[in-house]
Design a protein. Structure first.
Length: 279
């Protein structure tokens, strides 16, 4: 048996790992990235707090919502709905940056399941968004927001937020795989997510909108999510009798919207990511 020549390097043994282990490793890598660049948390720490304080104290006195606890409690559901919708933004920017910098190509050169890249990115995105939800919950307690429903209802509301975040992750993967730069992602996401969140019942009641605008707002998936968490937290009563169908069954429609968006967008996102990274 010949011995390796002096100065040569032996190839290390390949240790086969599961998809879960690979995904957790990439998840930890993304968290370490956030730890070394804490400014990446500004969008889920400073920005939500600014929104809560701005709407609660500047616009709150001018907006009447008819809720027993007032605008501040009513507002929190809308702010949380907007923040979790931006989970798509987070994963799209992160994925595009990894592809653009060649990180994904480096991963592909390793004995790793390509799905682990997306699973790890999704896990870090959900964690990122959940930090924002925790920060907003604490800020809401300071400005007067309270959970007036049962513990199970409160947990169900947080579960709906995370479920919606899961659907938004697939939207982010699709956009992040299709766009060629972070600047392009910023442009696409701001021109879609921002109008989508403001053209809803997140910050103002839809009852006072015009007929056409109200129909658009109340069939907006974000409106169903926001109405659902408000009702589960006891921050508002049932929708008015003349409201559209999603407002009368917000929990059901939130689940239906989540399943529908995931079923349509996930295959497109996987195909787009595969085509982008296999070139």
């Amino acid at each position: 048996m010949s011995r390796p020549e002096h100065g040569t390097l032996e190839r290390p043994a390949i240790r086969h790992t599961s998809l879960w282990h690979q995904s957790v490793t990439i998840f930890r890598r993304n968290l370490i990235h956030i730890k070394r660049m804490p400014e990446m948390l500004l969008d889920v720490t400073i920005q939500p707090v600014m929104f809560v304080l701005l709407f609660a104290f500047v616009f709150g006195g001018a907006i009447s919502v008819g809720a027993p606890a007032g605008y501040r409690e009513w507002l929190l559901g809308g702010i949380m709905g907007q923040t979790i919708a931006f989970a798509a933004f987070i994963v799209a920017v992160g994925l595009t940056a990894d592809i653009d910098k060649g990180i994904v190509d480096r991963f592909r050169s390793l004995p790793i399941n390509p799905a682990a890249i997306l699973v790890g990115r999704s896990m870090s995105s959900i964690t990122h968004s959940f930090i924002g939800i925790v920060v907003m919950s604490l800020t809401g307690l300071v400005v007067g927001w309270r959970i007036r429903g049962s513990v199970l209802e409160a947990l169900a509301a947080y579960g709906l937020l995370l479920l919606w975040g899961f659907a938004m992750i697939w939207v982010g993967i699709l956009v992040g795989s299709a766009m060629r730069s972070v600047e392009a992602v910023n442009g696409v996401m701001f021109t879609t997510i921002f109008p989508l969140t403001f053209l809803s019942n997140a910050f103002a009641p839809s009852e006072r909108m015009g007929t056409v605008l109200r129909a658009i707002a109340e069939w907006n998936p974000i409106s169903a999510l926001v109405q659902a968490v408000r009702e589960l937290w006891g921050n508002t009563g049932p929708a008015s009798p003349d409201a559209h169908l999603p407002m009368h069954h917000p929990v059901l429609f939130t689940i239906l919207w989540t399943v529908g968006i995931t079923a349509v967008v996930a295959p497109l996102a996987l195909r787009t990511f595969r085509n982008r990274t296999m070139q």
